[in-house]
Design a protein around this ligand. Sequence first.
Ligand SMILES: *[C@@H]1O[C@H](CO)[C@@H](O)[C@H](O)[C@H]1NC(C)=O
Ligand SMILES: [Ca+2]
Length: 361
Amino acid sequence: MALVPRFSGRRWLWQGPGTRPVRAGFGTLLLLLLLGSGPGLRPAGADQTDEYLKREHSLSKPYQGVGTSSSSLWTLMGNAMVMTQYIRLTPDMQSKQGALWNRVPCYLRDWELQVHFKIHGQGKKNLNGDGFAIWYTKDRMQPGPVFGSKDNFVGLGVFVDTYPNEEKQQEAQKRRYSPGVQRVFPYVSAMVSNGSLSYDHERDGRPTELGGCTAMVRNLNHDTFLVIRYVKRRLTIMLDIDGKHEWRDCIDVPGVRLPRGYFFGTSSVTGDLSDNHDIISLKLFELTVERTPEEEKLHRDVFLPSVDNMKLPEVTLPMEPLSGLALFLIVFFSLVAAVFALVIGIIVYNKWQDQSRKRFY
Ligand SMILES: *[C@@H]1O[C@H](CO)[C@@H](O)[C@H](O)[C@H]1NC(C)=O
Ligand SMILES: [Ca+2]
């Protein structure tokens, strides 16, 4: 049976067999009812009283414990800056790179990470970039080409990609994008790697993506949230970006095996095109779910990340639609074969007629 999450304030209430509600949520509800639902009304104190909020993996205003020293709870890297209302991973300027990493490894089995973020800048439609990534990985503080972080990472990467590299490249080559495979940007996707997979930046990670969805997240006046939930090896990503205080499904993949003891982080990069990539808060909740003895056995700790039944890029490649050239060649040779068969047929028929005429005379 699937769990049925219900949105309550900024928290989940869960209904399902073997699941207790994550939090009573009543206090929050009451507070919301009393205060109405204007902006900035997120009960600031409420989350602090939540026994399941993990402060050591969370980050919120006024960002105490964020710094560049090795003893900070959250470590800044590159161009990332602490401001009063947000942490700016990159400013709206070319060729910037910034990251923010949790120093404490996470040993929780079931968790939920809520990311309150803001992406905004001067760039008009699709003239902005590149987006940001949220990480749960073995290594931390490793700069690199994947949204400012290292490639061939070990763990989970969730990408909020605001620039369609693949589409732009195809446009430049005057090739038309076949609508069946087109992804509309900004686009959220997820990838799990044991270190052997490389993120294909030119194709926006298409060959390795577990799933994804379109997410119009730029230059909005309301708050935007993304939640990553990992429960009983099921990875779910949902968005609240329409200002309606509702979670919308984005990615839902079962059989995702993630080791414990990895680090949460977030990183961003700008290139020729840029945006402000701001993190307002990161809140990690421990989720308590009950497991049957069979599930306990099934969900034993793993030492390398993997995804059950994941299609490898080699497997998916031949399934891509035929290119224009291939289609042309097939039609062309079919026609040639048909004409050839017709000519042979006419010749044989004429010969046969000649012979039957000879027999009559
Ligand atoms: C790592 O992942 C790749 C691709 O998913 C897979 O082929 C390989 O067997 C994995 N390696 C290990 C040690 O599990
Ligand atoms: Ca991209």
